[in-house]
Design a protein around this ligand. Structure first.
Ligand code: NAI
Ligand code: MG
Length: 320
């Protein structure tokens, strides 16, 4: 397997280092390489995502991505959005679980309000929210088949009371869920965000459009103690990219205190994707043990640093 690692900016490299160490315990034989992209790369070269980097990403079997800082460039096009589009990583999976709840947020990852169809005029600016049949059907199918392997329930996060594009999206999601006998309910996204926080046990798989999934999953991070905890998988037909949900956190970068758990959990998702369920479970169990032992970074109320948490997880994995 070819693994390409893109550490990125800010805390990206700090949290990706222990994640790579964890993966290498299971797969020292895989081929690892690194690419540079993002803000630091833009400052050095004027290009945040070079052609060479794009080709390397396209040739990878698995991509591990840290986080990048958005450069202050008016002509800037989001690097992660570009990668998601170029590799057609249409499903963004964001699991959120804890005691008594286990939710999988499935976010459409290539269109919606993040289609990139936008322009500025003299006195107004416009962003098109594009929802296509093909885009909706494939994410609906993906989410429904996830639900079928879980508790067979799909919640469609939407704003169909206001947006025609969501009337369309909901209809397609319902059709796809019915085909494989998954029960469905529809919830308006604003109320859904609150309900997920108050009653997380009510949810199994939640499918939603791009921006709603972005907001819902950051909010749901609250259930696990913050952004430092949540991993994500960006899945397409031919490619897969794993990244923590959080960004480059410039406010704590360079201090050695970033929580590496989201990044390490990306390895658990990656192993699951590679059909190594047992190994994926070992990573998660090691994380749980380390947290139970109180080895935590300051965002979780602890005193440990990034390295200490990473090393503790590695020690547990080796012991298991
Ligand atoms: P952020 O997720 O980087 O940080 C938000 C807050 O959460 C900060 O207070 C930060 O310290 C904290 N936090 C995040 N990850 C943490 C971790 N692992 N451990 C401890 N605390 C953590 O979001 P923000 O501040 O809105 O954006 C910062 C930069 O990151 C911006 O340039 C933004 O565009 C970029 N960004 C990049 C993403 C990506 O590469 N996929 C995703 C989100 C933001
Ligand atoms: Mg986000």
């Amino acid at each position: 397997m070819k693994v390409v690692v893109a550490p990125g900016d800010g805390i990206g490299p700090e949290v990706i280092a222990p994640a790579v160490d964890v993966l290498k315990i299971f797969h020292p034989e895989w081929e690892y390489s690194q690419v540079y992209l993002g803000y630091e790369c833009w400052k050095r070269t004027g290009d945040p995502l070079s052609q060479t980097t794009r080709s390397a990403l396209k040739e990878a079997d698995l991509i591990l991505f840290g986080a990048i800082t958005t450069p202050p460039d008016p002509a800037y096009k989001s690097v992660i959005l570009t990668i998601r589009k170029e590799l057609d990583l249409y499903a963004n999976l964001r699991p959120v679980f804890g005691s008594g709840f286990d939710i999988l947020i499935v976010r459409e990852n290539t269109e919606g309000l993040y289609s990139g169809i936008e322009w500025e005029e003299k006195d107004r600016a416009c962003t098109i929210r594009l929802v296509t049949e093909e885009g909706s059907r494939r994410i609906a199918r993906f989410a429904s088949s996830c639900a079928r392997r879980r508790r067979r329930h799909l919640t469609i996060g939407n704003k169909a009371n206001i947006l025609k594009s969501d009337v369309f999206f909901v209809r397609i999601c319902q059709e796809e869920a019915e085909k494989i006998d998954v029960s469905v309910d529809k919830k308006y996204i604003d109320a859904l965000v609150l309900d997920v926080l108050q009653h997380p046990e009510r949810y199994d798989v939640i499918v939603t459009t791009n921006i709603f999934g972005d907001i819902l999953s950051d909010a749901a991070a609250y259930l696990e103690g913050g952004l430092g905890m949540l991993p994500s998988a960006n899945i397409g037909k031919d490619h897969a990219l794993f990244e923590p949900v959080h960004g480059s956190a410039p406010d704590i970068a360079g201090k050695g205190i970033a929580n590496p758990i989201a990044a390490i959990r990306c390895i658990s998702l990656l192993l699951k994707y590679a059909q190594e369920r047992e190994n994926a479970k070992i990573v998660e169990a090691a994380i749980q043990k380390v947290l139970a032992d109180g080895i935590k970074t300051p965002d979780l109320g602890g005193k440990a640093g990034t390295k200490e948490v990473g090393e503790a997880v590695i020690k547990e994995i080796i012991r298991m």
